[in-house]
Design a protein around this ligand. Structure first.
Ligand SMILES: [Zn+2]
Length: 131
């Protein structure tokens, strides 16, 4: 299944399948779950969140999307505009992932990078690298 990047100023209320909406100004992206269950999946975009790469072959979202808070528990990657399915996450896997995310955030903020000026530089750098 293909998924396309669509840049928007505001996140639309109703999302269409097969489109990854990206409101850059708000560092927000959203799409409908790739399994077709209709769940709205939000992925914040930023240095400690997801990153979007709008490549020549299509959009990539990194890291993978794990919808364990939804009944379908879908887990997939968006790479080069394609949905690549991953195995279902076990509870231990989910817990480990959450702990890793929390640790990453703690490390990031502990490094004094909450400073707004530095964040601004990081954001500009990130834009230059990925856009
Ligand atoms: Zn789903």
């Amino acid at each position: 299944m293909r998924i396309e990047l669509q840049r928007v100023q505001f996140m639309p209320k109703v999302l269409k399948p097969g489109i990854l909406y990206f409101a850059e100004e708000y560092g927000a992206a959203a799409h409908l779950c790739a399994c077709g269950c209709g769940a709205k999946i939000r992925t914040p975009i930023g240095p400690t969140e997801w990153s979007i790469d709008d490549g020549p072959k299509g959009v990539s979202l990194c890291p993978s999307v794990g919808n364990w808070q939804h009944p379908c528990r879908s887990h997939y990657w968006i790479a080069d505009g394609e949905i690549e399915w991953s195995g279902e996450w076990t509870d231990e896997h989910i817990k480990a992932g959450r702990e890793r995310e929390a640790a990453q955030r703690t490390k990031y903020y502990a490094a004094g990078q909450t400073d707004k000026r530095k964040l601004g530089i990081l954001r500009r750098l990130w834009r230059r690298l990925f856009q």
